[in-house]
Ligand binder design. Structure first.
Ligand code: ZN
Length: 179
Protein backbone atom coordinates (compact mmCIF):
# COMPACT_ATOMS: atom_id res chain seq x y z
CA UNK A 1 0.00 0.00 0.00
CA UNK A 2 1.34 3.43 -0.86
CA UNK A 3 1.96 5.38 2.37
CA UNK A 4 -0.31 8.26 1.30
CA UNK A 5 -3.25 5.88 1.15
CA UNK A 6 -2.49 4.22 4.48
CA UNK A 7 -3.90 6.98 6.67
CA UNK A 8 -7.45 6.74 5.38
CA UNK A 9 -7.35 2.96 5.43
CA UNK A 10 -6.19 2.72 9.05
CA UNK A 11 -8.57 5.45 10.19
CA UNK A 12 -11.47 3.49 8.78
CA UNK A 13 -10.31 0.36 10.60
CA UNK A 14 -9.83 2.11 13.95
CA UNK A 15 -13.31 3.61 13.77
CA UNK A 16 -14.92 0.19 13.57
CA UNK A 17 -16.52 -0.97 16.82
CA UNK A 18 -15.45 -4.60 16.25
CA UNK A 19 -11.73 -3.81 16.41
CA UNK A 20 -10.33 -5.07 19.74
CA UNK A 21 -7.81 -3.10 21.81
CA UNK A 22 -5.07 -5.54 20.78
CA UNK A 23 -5.88 -5.18 17.11
CA UNK A 24 -6.09 -1.43 17.51
CA UNK A 25 -2.59 -1.35 18.98
CA UNK A 26 -1.30 -3.57 16.16
CA UNK A 27 -2.83 -1.27 13.55
CA UNK A 28 -1.43 1.83 15.22
CA UNK A 29 2.05 0.22 15.44
CA UNK A 30 1.86 -0.77 11.79
CA UNK A 31 0.79 2.72 10.85
CA UNK A 32 3.83 4.04 12.73
CA UNK A 33 6.03 1.69 10.66
CA UNK A 34 4.50 2.86 7.40
CA UNK A 35 4.93 6.45 8.47
CA UNK A 36 8.62 5.93 9.37
CA UNK A 37 9.43 4.16 6.12
CA UNK A 38 7.69 6.93 4.20
CA UNK A 39 9.87 9.45 6.01
CA UNK A 40 13.03 7.42 5.32
CA UNK A 41 12.58 6.44 1.71
CA UNK A 42 9.81 8.33 -0.02
CA UNK A 43 10.51 11.99 -0.64
CA UNK A 44 7.67 12.57 -3.07
CA UNK A 45 5.36 15.49 -2.26
CA UNK A 46 2.56 13.05 -1.43
CA UNK A 47 4.44 11.00 1.13
CA UNK A 48 3.39 10.97 4.78
CA UNK A 49 6.37 12.60 6.44
CA UNK A 50 6.40 15.79 8.47
CA UNK A 51 2.97 16.83 7.26
CA UNK A 52 1.68 13.37 8.16
CA UNK A 53 2.60 13.82 11.81
CA UNK A 54 -0.63 15.67 12.67
CA UNK A 55 -2.72 13.19 10.76
CA UNK A 56 -1.26 10.24 12.65
CA UNK A 57 -2.08 11.93 15.94
CA UNK A 58 -5.67 12.48 14.94
CA UNK A 59 -5.93 8.82 13.94
CA UNK A 60 -5.00 7.78 17.47
CA UNK A 61 -7.43 10.35 18.95
CA UNK A 62 -10.39 8.65 17.42
CA UNK A 63 -9.56 5.58 19.46
CA UNK A 64 -8.86 7.21 22.83
CA UNK A 65 -11.82 9.51 23.15
CA UNK A 66 -14.66 9.25 25.65
CA UNK A 67 -17.55 7.69 23.78
CA UNK A 68 -20.16 8.83 26.31
CA UNK A 69 -19.32 12.52 25.77
CA UNK A 70 -19.16 11.93 22.03
CA UNK A 71 -22.67 10.49 21.97
CA UNK A 72 -23.98 13.32 24.17
CA UNK A 73 -22.65 16.04 21.94
CA UNK A 74 -23.88 14.37 18.74
CA UNK A 75 -27.32 14.30 20.35
CA UNK A 76 -27.20 18.02 21.17
CA UNK A 77 -26.72 18.82 17.48
CA UNK A 78 -28.96 16.03 16.17
CA UNK A 79 -25.96 14.82 14.11
CA UNK A 80 -25.83 18.05 12.12
CA UNK A 81 -22.46 19.51 11.15
CA UNK A 82 -21.70 22.71 13.09
CA UNK A 83 -19.98 24.12 10.02
CA UNK A 84 -22.39 23.38 7.15
CA UNK A 85 -25.46 21.90 8.93
CA UNK A 86 -25.30 18.87 6.70
CA UNK A 87 -27.14 15.89 8.11
CA UNK A 88 -25.93 12.43 7.02
CA UNK A 89 -27.68 9.12 7.68
CA UNK A 90 -26.06 5.76 8.42
CA UNK A 91 -29.36 3.92 8.09
CA UNK A 92 -33.03 4.77 7.55
CA UNK A 93 -33.78 7.52 10.08
CA UNK A 94 -30.43 7.02 11.85
CA UNK A 95 -28.24 10.12 11.77
CA UNK A 96 -24.48 10.08 11.29
CA UNK A 97 -21.94 12.68 12.40
CA UNK A 98 -18.36 12.72 13.64
CA UNK A 99 -16.86 14.42 16.68
CA UNK A 100 -13.49 16.12 16.43
CA UNK A 101 -11.23 17.20 19.31
CA UNK A 102 -10.15 20.69 18.33
CA UNK A 103 -6.89 20.35 20.28
CA UNK A 104 -6.21 16.67 19.49
CA UNK A 105 -5.86 14.23 22.41
CA UNK A 106 -2.67 12.43 21.40
CA UNK A 107 0.90 13.59 21.59
CA UNK A 108 2.24 16.15 20.94
CA UNK A 109 -1.03 18.10 21.32
CA UNK A 110 -2.38 16.46 24.50
CA UNK A 111 -5.78 18.18 24.34
CA UNK A 112 -8.52 17.62 26.92
CA UNK A 113 -11.28 15.04 26.45
CA UNK A 114 -14.06 17.50 27.35
CA UNK A 115 -17.06 18.85 25.46
CA UNK A 116 -15.52 22.34 25.38
CA UNK A 117 -12.81 20.84 23.12
CA UNK A 118 -15.26 19.05 20.82
CA UNK A 119 -17.04 19.97 17.61
CA UNK A 120 -19.68 17.97 15.71
CA UNK A 121 -18.87 17.66 12.02
CA UNK A 122 -19.79 15.96 8.77
CA UNK A 123 -17.02 13.70 7.38
CA UNK A 124 -15.84 16.37 4.91
CA UNK A 125 -15.42 19.05 7.52
CA UNK A 126 -13.81 16.55 9.89
CA UNK A 127 -11.10 16.02 7.28
CA UNK A 128 -10.82 19.77 6.78
CA UNK A 129 -10.22 20.25 10.52
CA UNK A 130 -7.60 17.48 10.56
CA UNK A 131 -5.87 19.05 7.57
CA UNK A 132 -6.13 22.56 9.01
CA UNK A 133 -7.90 24.08 5.99
CA UNK A 134 -10.76 25.36 8.16
CA UNK A 135 -10.55 27.23 11.46
CA UNK A 136 -12.87 29.18 13.78
CA UNK A 137 -12.20 32.67 15.13
CA UNK A 138 -12.20 32.28 18.96
CA UNK A 139 -14.00 35.62 19.53
CA UNK A 140 -16.41 36.14 16.63
CA UNK A 141 -16.90 32.37 15.96
CA UNK A 142 -16.60 33.14 12.28
CA UNK A 143 -15.56 30.26 10.03
CA UNK A 144 -12.39 30.73 7.99
CA UNK A 145 -12.20 28.17 5.15
CA UNK A 146 -9.34 27.95 2.65
CA UNK A 147 -11.51 27.41 -0.44
CA UNK A 148 -15.17 26.74 0.41
CA UNK A 149 -17.09 29.97 -0.16
CA UNK A 150 -20.39 28.52 1.08
CA UNK A 151 -19.10 28.38 4.67
CA UNK A 152 -16.26 30.93 4.69
CA UNK A 153 -17.29 33.96 6.79
CA UNK A 154 -20.39 32.26 8.23
CA UNK A 155 -20.83 32.04 12.00
CA UNK A 156 -20.31 28.61 13.57
CA UNK A 157 -23.55 26.91 14.56
CA UNK A 158 -23.67 26.59 18.35
CA UNK A 159 -26.13 25.23 20.90
CA UNK A 160 -26.84 27.05 24.21
CA UNK A 161 -25.73 23.97 26.18
CA UNK A 162 -22.37 23.66 24.39
CA UNK A 163 -19.65 26.28 24.21
CA UNK A 164 -16.25 25.60 22.67
CA UNK A 165 -13.51 27.14 24.83
CA UNK A 166 -11.47 29.83 23.09
CA UNK A 167 -8.16 28.27 24.15
CA UNK A 168 -8.77 25.20 21.97
CA UNK A 169 -9.77 27.25 18.93
CA UNK A 170 -6.63 29.34 19.42
CA UNK A 171 -4.50 26.19 19.70
CA UNK A 172 -5.93 24.86 16.44
CA UNK A 173 -5.16 28.16 14.68
CA UNK A 174 -1.61 28.32 16.03
CA UNK A 175 -0.57 24.66 15.74
CA UNK A 176 -2.69 22.94 13.08
CA UNK A 177 -4.31 25.45 10.72
CA UNK A 178 -2.55 26.17 7.43
CA UNK A 179 -4.55 29.41 6.97
ZN1 ZN B 1 -19.98 19.97 7.28
Amino acid sequence: MRPEYARGYFEELLDQEFISEGDSRFIQDHFETVKSSATDTDHSPHSISTAGEKRYTSTVDRRLRDHRLVEEIKEIYSNKCQICRDHRLKDKNVGYSEVHHIQPLGRPHVGADVKKNMIVLCPNHHSDFDNGVVSIDPDSREIDHLYENAVDGQVLRSHRSHTIAKEYLRYHINEISVL
